[in-house]
Design a protein around this ligand. Structure first.
Ligand code: MG
Length: 382
């Protein structure tokens, strides 16, 4: 029986993680969880799973929760709550499904407590890859990818040796505007951007898919997770999202992991690893139903954010933290109707140009750069 702590339980990955736990009551027990403010979604989860600990974002949510909870549960508020859940006694695996750079510190604290990390929070590795890797090595803790692309690469690498990898091929659906030319992106709306063709995900990541920043962040994550330089990580447009990513070895043999797009598959693999378990309701892949798979080279002029991500990753140091922070503020502004779709990349570019990179930043440096970048992008917005 694996005892699980789930950070970000009411988000898209959180809900699908709960679905996996629900299917295997003999294998998994939800011991601790955190969520933001969505108390209406959280209460049925808490009642069903009865975790020992629940964390939420603010006082108001806390009080509503306290009133409505039918059993005696330990609670905490704010960033501290994520740390309590991440280090909770008796927990074996921490599923970090938080959105944004708030995910970093809980990951590090969990590693210190030797918890296995199932990582869905991209920002952890993007903003502080060098620190996270150092921690994981020092405490000998496995970092298991939850994201479909990294899980695919991870699965392709089972039984293989890292020294034999020639290149990683990260596939990308191209997001909601993949059939539009750059000139057609001028007047696109938030609703159009939120309409992802293949995957059901949260709002931030769906916009990131449309700009391809999501793929850019995944390239940076792949660099850290698998220790491969950027010039040996390719992005391949594959609109059916059936091949979740591939690994080419030195002998030019290519391994691919395939399946119908269903996030519960990589989530469950991270939880059962190195074992596997049945996943009922998941659809079998019938390639005859799909008929054909399409591939296209990723165009850096069309997808500027992908270009920014590669450049930031190669420069390293604090640059990826700037990329990420500027993107978070810009996407939020787009979702609120304050800027246009193409202005997202303009804001990010301004933040990157302005930044003087620090190599080997400390956690404190990263926090400061993150805040400074957010303030800067906000200041252009207002
Ligand atoms: Mg992904």
């Amino acid at each position: 029986m694996k005892h699980i702590s789930l950070l970000g339980a009411t988000g898209s990955i959180g809900e699908q993680t709960l679905d996996v736990i629900r299917q295997h009551p003999d294998k998994f027990l939800l011991k601790a969880m955190t969520f933001g403010r969505n108390v209406d979604k959280a209460i049925p989860i808490i009642e069903q799973f009865q975790p020992e600990f629940v964390g939420c974002l603010d006082e108001e949510t806390y009080h509503t929760l306290k009133e409505q909870c039918t059993y005696d549960v330990k609670m905490a508020i704010g960033d501290e709550a994520n740390i309590v859940a991440a280090t909770y006694e008796g927990v074996d695996v921490v599923v970090n499904a938080l959105v944004g750079s708030v995910g970093l510190v809980p990951t590090l604290k969990a590693i210190e407590q030797k918890k296995t990390i199932a990582l869905a929070n991209k920002e952890t590795l993007v903003t502080a890859g060098h620190i996270v890797k150092e921690y994981a090595k020092k405490y000998d803790v496995p970092l298991l990818p939850v994201d479909s692309e990294h899980s695919a690469i991870f699965q392709c690498l089972q039984g293989e040796q890292a020294k034999n990898i020639e290149r990683l091929i990260v596939t990308a659906s191209g997001g909601s505007f993949r059939d539009k030319k750059r000139t057609e992106l001028e007047g696109v709306t938030v609703e159009e951007a939120l309409n992802h063709p293949n995957w059901s995900m949260g709002a931030k990541i769906t916009i990131d898919s449309a700009t391809m920043m999501n793929k850019g962040l995944e390239v940076i994550e792949a660099h850290w997770l698998f220790d491969i330089p950027y010039d040996r990580i390719d992005v391949l447009l594959h609109k059916e999202s059936i091949i979740h990513s591939m690994v080419e070895f030195h002998d030019k043999s290519v391994m691919a992991q395939l399946g119908t797009p269903d996030m519960r598959v990589p989530i469950q693999y991270a939880l059962t690893y190195p074992d596997r378990a049945p996943l009922t309701e998941a659809k079998s892949l019938n390639l005859w139903e799909i008929g054909q798979l399409n591939f296209q080279k990723a165009d850096f002029d069309r997808y500027r954010c992908l270009h920014f991500a590669y450049e930031s990753g190669k420069i390293g140091g604090t640059m990826p933290a700037v990329l990420n922070a500027a993107n978070e503020v810009a996407v939020d502004a787009f979702l609120k109707g304050k800027v246009t779709f193409l202005q997202i990349e303009e804001l990010i570019e301004k933040a990157l140009i302005r930044h003087h990179v620090m190599t080997k930043p400390s956690l404190q440096d990263i926090h400061e750069v993150d805040k400074d970048t957010r303030d800067f992008v906000q200041s252009i917005l207002t």
